[in-house]
Write a protein that binds this ligand. Structure first.
Ligand SMILES: Cc1cc2nc3c(=O)[nH]c(=O)nc-3n(C[C@H](O)[C@H](O)[C@H](O)COP(=O)(O)O)c2cc1C
Length: 331
């Protein structure tokens, strides 16, 4: 009998509460190794993911309703510095990764110019980075930054085929003051209830907040700095831990996540704008939010969906996707 079988045999005889502790310990071991905050720049993938995040912060800054004149200069300067470091460490292996963030910075510079803001030092640092990476500035044609889109165009596209539904859905960060009706919200919830779930348990729940309650929830969430007060309806998607058995301690996040994505698409289909907002926080913060907003402790918060009636025209972040070849492996 192998050690692994002996270990599994002993583990199976332990009370479930002990097995959960072992499970948490195993997860902790993987967190220590693979979390992006630990030894970030010693790992090319961790560096790429964190750079994509920093790149998105610039893009998202441009997509808000009211941007502060000259916003984001410290962040762009820091991003350029880290991109130079990436190029020194990993550019030889994969410098095509740099094309997207460089395209975003190019758009950021153009955005500031349109706003009449001069940023010569950032422009200089950007040119140096392009030179070091051997990438011609003129060749940076990847869609990046923001685009202006009309609500009527998005609504028409959402009612098209599946392709046009998915390609016309974008995260929208500001809405009209007018609230979406309960009727339309319930139409979207009904559509989303078609989501498959493990053994059809449908352990998802939604908690909907309007007006000042929505703003306060988003202030606590803290991932919408600069646009909390522009989202007047928030839907918290949760999953009920009571729905899952001993062998599936994390299944609630899977079923809740699948439901949340369908709800986002359904809101878009029904003509509303929407944005997923993170609940990926430590449990003390989440439990404090749950207590404050009347969400029972047996539910886990999966994601908050900000939604609302779209403005006639909106700025959206392009959020270019990575090529499938970098995310798929055929085995
Ligand atoms: C789980 C999740 C959490 C997110 N959290 C935030 C957030 O806290 N703040 C924010 O502005 N955008 C947030 N987003 C939106 C992403 O930035 C956005 O989905 C991504 O850039 C892709 O753009 P798209 O939704 O327009 O296609 C989140 C998205 C997901 C899926």
């Amino acid at each position: 009998m192998t050690w692994s079988r002996i270990y599994k045999g002993i583990k199976a005889r332990l009370p479930l509460s002990m097995q959960f502790l072992i499970e948490m310990l195993n997860y902790w071991k993987r967190l220590r190794r693979y979390n992006a905050c630990i030894n970030t720049d010693r790992d090319q993938q961790k560096m790429q993911y964190t750079l994509l995040r920093e790149n998105h912060i610039i893009e998202k800054g441009m997509s808000m309703r009211n941007t502060r004149r000259g916003f984001g200069q410290a962040k762009v300067t820091a991003l350029i510095e880290r991109l130079r470091k990436y190029n020194r460490l990993y550019g030889g292996k994969d410098n095509t990764f740099l094309v997207y963030p460089l395209s975003t910075i190019k758009e950021y510079i153009a955005y500031q110019h349109r706003d009449g803001v001069e940023i010569p030092e950032i422009e200089r640092a950007f040119r140096v980075l392009c030179e070091e990476a051997g990438i011609e500035e003129a060749s940076l044609k990847m869609p990046a930054g923001i685009e202006m889109l009309r609500a009527d165009y998005l609504q028409e596209q959402a009612k098209g085929d599946y392709h046009s539904l998915l390609y016309s859905r974008h995260s929208i960060r500001y809405f009209k003051e007018e609230l979406p009706s309960k009727e339309i919200l319930e139409k979207a919830l009904t559509l989303a209830s078609r989501t498959p779930s493990a053994c059809n348990r449908q352990a998802w729940h939604t908690h909907i907040y309007f007006g000042e309650d929505s703003h306060e929830l988003l202030r606590m969430q803290d991932g919408c700095k600069g646009f909390c007060d522009d989202i007047h309806c928030s839907i918290v998607v949760t999953a009920d831990m009571k729905g899952f058995l001993g062998h599936e301690p994390f299944q609630c996040f899977v079923d809740g996540g699948l439901y949340a994505q369908n709800l986002i698409n359904a809101l878009h289909y029904e003509g509303l704008g929407a944005i997923p907002l993170s609940c990926g926080f430590m449990s003390d913060k989440l439990l404090a939010m749950q207590k404050h907003f009347g969400i029972p402790e047996n539910e886990v918060m999966v994601v908050i969906i900000g939604t609302g009636v779209m403005q006639d025209e909106m700025k959206i972040a392009l959020s270019t996707r990575r090529p499938v070849a970098t995310t798929n492996i055929y085995h």
